[in-house]
Design a protein around this ligand. Structure first.
Ligand code: AR6
Length: 187
């Protein structure tokens, strides 16, 4: 495990299954239909049970899904986490289609939504790095930069951000980018 402190909050990077985390909220890498899918989305719905999909359907009926870069919260159902924050990452198209800005917004909006529900500990997967094809190192850089900025702008609002990776190699890539939690020197 690799960790860092940002403005009094802790950021951890570790290998593990996000569905078993004992945190207030876990973030789901969903799609804009909010009606489930494969990857981490499938795993969360399987582990959390039907209540999550029920609430997703109600959100879709109310607001017609969720755009890339946006986030919505549902119950955690049977998960240990009280809430699931569903966000929709960008599909990687080579990097020239604002993918970085959209991914950063996923992190910022997910933290906003979790904070609004009173969550102090939040676990994230590597949004967009599976089916959506975002390169792992670029995703880590963009995601950690967004998390660091959010934490510095809201000191003390969240105690822990935990990033869960499926493979040791992915955790190493994220660990190498951990410096991006802090602003570049001279900025
Ligand atoms: N815990 C932690 N990380 C996981 C888990 C898990 N249980 N399962 C997979 N990952 P993906 P995306 C990692 O494809 O790229 C879905 O079908 C995985 O190794 O789940 O944002 C949605 O419905 C990868 O690094 O999400 C959308 O249609 C990361 O989670 C689409 O896929 C994200 O991979 C979203 O694609």
């Amino acid at each position: 495990m690799r960790s860092a402190e940002v403005a009094g909050s802790r950021v951890e990077i570790l290998v593990g299954d996000i569905t078993v985390q004992d945190v207030d909220a876990i973030v789901n890498a969903a799609n804009s239909s909010l009606l489930g899918g494969g990857g981490v989305d499938g795993a969360i719905h399987r582990a959390g049970g039907p209540k999550i999909l029920e609430e997703c359907r109600a959100i879709v009926a109310r607001q017609g899904g969720c755009k890339a870069g946006e986030a919505v919260a549902t119950t955690g159902g049977r998960l240990r986490a009280r809430f699931v924050v569903h966000t929709v990452g960008p599909v990687w198209q080579g990097g020239l289609h604002r993918e970085g800005a959209v991914l950063a917004r996923c992190w910022t909006r997910s933290l906003d939504v979790a904070q609004a529900r009173g969550c102090r500990t939040v676990a994230f997967p590597a949004i967009s790095t599976g089916a959506y094809g975002y390169p792992m190192d670029a995703a880590a850089r963009e995601s950690l930069r967004a998390a660091g900025t959010w934490l510095r702008e809201r000191p003390g609002e969240v105690d822990l951000i935990r990033v869960l990776l499926m493979k040791e190699r992915d955790a190493e890539v994220w660990s190498q980018q951990i410096g991006h939690l802090l602003p570049p020197q001279g900025a």
